[in-house]
Every structure is written in structure tokens, then in C-alpha cells.
Ligand binder design. Structure first.
Ligand SMILES: Cc1cc2nc3c(=O)[nH]c(=O)nc-3n(C[C@H](O)[C@H](O)[C@H](O)COP(=O)(O)OP(=O)(O)OC[C@H]3O[C@@H](n4cnc5c(N)ncnc54)[C@H](O)[C@@H]3O)c2cc1C
Length: 333
């Protein structure tokens, strides 16, 4: 295993103190939460910030509050804490399940939801220092014509074909969450769908954060309260693995009918992918086997898979269908 490059280390006790330690460029300083992804990138010499700003010493960033149907989560809450939260398990099962299915128990105990949303892609060309890919400032996406069985199937117009890695991100897009982001110039609120960035808009970054930004809160609006939700992840190895396909669905059910829903595919595109045509199709229709299967077909209608990952198209059809049908068992209480 590689050793870490030399860096300065600061314990920040508040968000303000953390922001004060950040610099104008990514190479100056990095926020250090669970460290699962950050230290990996540093050991691989893919990222060498001069300073790590530990935010685990800022207790005000760690809480889960559920009030009047609105859920507010501090970025330092771990995936394990979200998965085990009794209220979220009942009210927002897709989020609790997505968090509980990610990685391994040891990693979930360390990994924070803020870091999970900001982790860098797992593309093996990006992760290897031997491949100067576009995301690292090179000229080429090696996955397009290389080993691409785990890559995107929604690739139209994209210069790079990574898949979005965050399980929590997939569920939070389905819930229409918002992120509060603080920087030295104040705080802004960003819809999570606008937080993630497509390669065609910026091939070097996966989200809108700048080097001086800090996610201070994740908010699931009260409008999502009482919705049914489900999350299913398909992986090759059952002990732990990244998803081949994962799907989160959040729906407003009226008796047997779907009044409205959001269907989000993970591991399908460089950002969590909304299946909007399938969502529209289901509006006002009964949630049955036939309609769920049709929604599955519509969800992958515009896919343009790569040479080695066409298997994901029928896989997603099935996972969308199964996740929709699972809503019946996971209605929020
Ligand atoms: C073997 C393995 C399997 C995995 N499987 C899965 C999986 O199935 N699903 C899945 O979703 N993930 C998976 N992961 C990834 C893992 O969940 C993430 O690496 C982890 O969630 C990152 O969280 P962290 O707190 O450790 O972040 P860190 O590594 O500390 O930070 C990651 C990035 O986020 C930035 N950051 C952290 N907090 C904030 C904040 N509040 N505001 C702004 N920026 C911030 C950091 O500066 C850094 O750039 C896996 C990882 C491994 C090693």
C-alpha cells in the first residue's frame, strides 16, 4: 500500500473555523470527514492537498432532526447512523436502506453522508495514476473504448462515462432533497439535482462545490413526508460491493394509484439519473405488475450502452419494476 504524502493537519471545532482554514484552490486544503475516499485518493497520489481540515471535531455538524415531516441531517452523520435510525427507517426507508446497503459495516461506521455525496468516481482509469484521463486534465476517456462493463449506459453527448458513486445521492434525489452550502461569502441552498454536475458541463468535477465550500446540512422537505419509498441495489458479490444497478423510488400513492413519483437510477449515468418518462407514465395509474414493467421499459428507453455493459439495460428494467412493486410493502408510516 502506498504511503501518504506530507500534509498539515488542523482540527476545526466549528464550520466557521473549518472554512477559515480552506484555500482558494483545491491543492491548498481539503475537508476531512470520515476520510474513506480522501485518504484513498491521497495514497494513490491522485490528490495531494497541502492541508487536511478535520471536521469530525465540529460537533454542530452531526445531528438528525425530524420536525413536522421535514428531515434535517448534519453532514457528519455516518451511513451506519442513517441506516439504523428508527424514525428514518419508517418514514424514509429508501434513504435508510441506501445507506445500509453501501460498502461494508466498518466503512459505514466511518463514512459520513457529506463525504458520501462528495466522493470521487470509482472508474478504474480515473483511480489509476497510469491513465491521464480527462477527469484528471488529460485528453481522453479511456473507458469509452476500454474496460467499460461497470460504466454508464446513459452516455449521449458525454465526454466521460463514469457512473455516479453515492448511494445516498440516489435516494436523496428521489426525495427532492436540498443541500445547504456555506462559504466565506455566505450560505446558499442548492437543489440536490443541481448539485451534481454532468461531464459535459464540467469534466473535472462531479458537483458544484468550490474549494472554500462546506455542506452544512441536508434537508428532505416536508412535502416528502408520508410518501412511500423503496431502494433496491443489485451487486455481483453479496458480502459487499458497488452496485451494478441501484434504484430509488419515492411516490405519493392514492389507494392503489400512483399520484406522483420520482424514479432515480444509480450506476447508470454520471449523475443520479431521473427516469422522467416513466414517472409521467405512472401518474394516475394503478401500481400493478403491468404498469411497473412498462415503467421499467421507459426508464431505459434512451440508454446508449457501451460495448461491455448492454447487460445493464435489461437489469435496470427489472430493478425499476421490482423497486416500484416494493413500494407496496414500504409505505411510510
Ligand atoms: C470498499 C468500498 C466499498 C464502497 N462501497 C460503496 C457503496 O456501495 N456505495 C456508496 O455510496 N459508497 C461506497 N463506498 C464509498 C464510501 O461510502 C465513501 O468513500 C464515503 O462515504 C466517503 O465519506 P467520508 O466521510 O469518508 O468522506 P471523506 O473521504 O472524508 O471525504 C470525501 C470528499 O468529500 C469532501 N467532504 C467531506 N465532507 C464534506 C462537507 N461537509 N462539505 C464539503 N465537502 C466535504 C472531502 O473534502 C472529500 O473531498 C465504498 C468505499 C469503499 C472503500
Amino acid at each position: 500500500m502506498s504511503s501518504l504524502p506530507v500534509f498539515d493537519y488542523v482540527n476545526a471545532t466549528s464550520p466557521a473555523e473549518a472554512m477559515g482554514q480552506l484555500g482558494a484552490g483545491w491543492s491548498e486544503a481539503a475537508l476531512y470527514a470520515g476520510g474513506v475516499d480522501l485518504l484513498d485518493l491521497m495514497k494513490e497520489r491522485l490528490y495531494e492537498p497541502k492541508k487536511l481540515v478535520n471536521i469530525k471535531t465540529a460537533p454542530s455538524l452531526k445531528y438528525i432532526k425530524v420536525e413536522n415531516g421535514e428531515v434535517r441531517i448534519g453532514p457528519l452523520v455516518t451511513l451506519a447512523e442513517i441506516a439504523a435510525h428508527p424514525e428514518l427507517q419508517k418514514s424514509h426507508p429508501a434513504l435508510a436502506r441506501a445507506a445500509g446497503k453501501a460498502a461494508t459495516p466498518q466503512i459505514r461506521n466511518l463514512a459520513t453522508i457529506g463525504g458520501n455525496l462528495c466522493q470521487r468516481p470509482r472508474c478504474w482509469y480515473f483511480r489509476s495514476e497510469d491513465f491521464p484521463c480527462m477527469r484528471k486534465g488529460g485528453e481522453k476517456c479511456f473507458a469509452k473504448e476500454g474496460e467499460n462493463r461497470y460504466h454508464a449506459i446513459f452516455t449521449e453527448g458525454e465526454p466521460c462515462v463514469i457512473v455516479h458513486p453515492s448511494a445516498a445521492g440516489v435516494a436523496l434525489v428521489a426525495f427532492g432533497a436540498q443541500l445547504k452550502i456555506a462559504s466565506s461569502s455566505g450560505e446558499r441552498t442548492v437543489d440536490i439535482e443541481k448539485f451534481f454536475v454532468r461531464p459535459k458541463d464540467n469534466v473535472r468535477r462531479e458537483n458544484v462545490l468550490g474549494p472554500k465550500d462546506l455542506i452544512t446540512e441536508i434537508v428532505i422537505p416536508a412535502s416528502a413526508a408520508g410518501m412511500a419509498s423503496a431502494y433496491i441495489k443489485i451487486r455481483e458479490k453479496q458480502s459487499y460491493d458497488w452496485p451494478l444497478a441501484d434504484v430509488a423510488v419515492v411516490a405519493k400513492l392514492s389507494g392503489a394509484n400512483v399520484e406522483a413519483c420520482r424514479i432515480v437510477l444509480g450506476s447508470a449515468a454520471p449523475v443520479p439519473h431521473r427516469a422522467t418518462e416513466a414517472e409521467e407514465f405512472l401518474k394516475g395509474k394503478p401500481l400493478n405488475e403491468e404498469n411497473a414493467a412498462r415503467a421499467g421499459e421507459l426508464a431505459v428507453k434512451d440508454a446508449s450502452p457501451l460495448e461491455q455493459n448492454a447487460y445493464k439495460v435489461p437489469l435496470f428494467k427489472t430493478v425499476v419494476r421490482r423497486t416500484l412493486l416494493a413500494l407496496k410493502e414500504t409505505k411510510a408510516s
